[in-house]
Design a protein around this ligand. Structure first.
Ligand code: GRG
Length: 337
């Protein structure tokens, strides 16, 4: 695996003080659970030196401001806001999926119960709007509107994802559309919000958003491959996590839509009740690979990245920030596969 790009390290450092200041606004219980989720505290409230997520979305937001010639500080409220929305969605998603581990640690709902995950998640969502609306920039309201629209898109994607569980058949296009909402919406907003806060022209903001849309799909395709074949020591999730939940992720829906005996066996297995045994999980992973689901997802991720890069080709952007956006995009798509 290649080393994390410098933009990720910078963004983690840059957003920490503002994120911590935002969490100070919360009641004690929500603040403790949120700080635990961000990897700053143990469950008992002891400080932790390092941890948390990759901070991909804030890095994109800071670069988005720099790409249109603004200082990264202009993108900072956007960076903090997208990270808050991202973590709101993770808290709720872990509860909905029944996942007990994230980032190599117990999830908030697993430690403190469902109400805690719901309330702490809601608190982060509210903080995100507060951070944007309180930033004092003339573009604050437009950025808050973008974030509200984005959250709606994220929810739409999640609603579809949940509904797929009840359906025997899902097309690859439906699955891609769901991923565009669930993952693409926030990555797209992350790529655009810095430029929007900086007052860049609509056409530039739109191109950055298009780059983010494609990056979001590529990101989810990679994530789905990791959810089946990823090393738990690296992903921080349990082995075969998505298969354990019998999820119709992108590689699975590709395999099902290929038809034939492999798809039939896979379809019967997905519809079966109960907790799958380890041998069944290995068999399902092999079937998906045999039907081409793994190779397709990796190729499609790379194709989406190329489309995303093309969206930035003829846009006037600061060259260093453009390069860093592309490097970060390639890193998240190539990670740990
Ligand atoms: C219930 C109102 C309401 C909304 C919930 C739960 C939800 C809406 C949406 C789920 C969105 C979701 C969790 C998408 C998955 C996106 C994804 C691939 C997340 C992992 O992102 P990383 O790898 O995480 O950037 P880190 O840990 O690095 O921060």
């Amino acid at each position: 695996m290649s080393a994390a790009p410098a933009s990720l390290h910078r963004s983690r450092d840059a957003i920490q003080p503002a994120l911590r200041a935002a969490l100070e606004l919360l009641d004690d219980r929500s603040r403790h659970q949120a700080a635990y989720h961000f990897g700053w505290l143990t469950a008992d409230g002891e400080p932790v030196a390092a941890g948390g997520g990759k901070a991909v979305r804030p890095a994109l937001a800071l670069l988005s401001a720099q790409a249109v010639g603004a200082p990264p500080e202009t993108g900072l409220p956007g960076a903090v806001a997208v990270e808050l929305v991202h973590n709101f969605s993770l808290l709720h998603d872990d509860l909905m999926d029944g996942d007990e581990e994230r980032r190599h640690r117990r999830t908030v709902w697993a430690l403190w119960g469902p109400a805690s995950a719901i309330l702490t998640g809601d608190a982060l969502l509210a903080l995100a709007q507060e951070v944007l609306l309180g930033c004092g920039l003339p573009t604050a309201a437009a950025a808050a509107r973008l974030l509200a629209r984005t959250t709606r898109g994220l929810i739409r994607g999640q609603v579809e994802d949940v509904s797929f569980e009840q359906r025997a058949h899902v097309t690859v296009d439906e699955c891609l559309d769901m991923a565009g909402g669930k993952t693409g919406a926030l990555l797209s907003a992350s790529c655009a919000i810095g430029a929007l806060l900086a007052g860049a022209p609509d056409t530039t903001v739109d191109r950055l958003a298009l780059f983010g849309d494609q990056l979001g799909l590529a990101f989810q395709l990679t994530d789905d491959v990791l959810g089946i074949w990823g090393d738990p020591a690296v992903t921080g999730k349990s082995v075969h996590s998505d298969l354990r939940a019998r999820k119709k992720s992108l590689p699975v829906s590709y395999a099902l839509n290929r038809g034939g005996a492999v798809a039939e066996e896979l379809s019967a297995w997905l519809g079966a009740p109960g907790e799958p045994a380890e041998a069944e999980l290995r068999r399902a992973a092999d079937l998906i690979a045999e039907a081409g689901g793994r190779d397709w997802a990796l190729d499609e991720a790379s194709r989406r990245m190329t489309l995303g890069e093309a969206a930035l080709h003829d846009v006037e952007l600061e060259s260093g920030a453009r390069e860093e956006l592309l490097t970060l995009g390639r890193f998240v798509v190539d990670r740990e596969v």
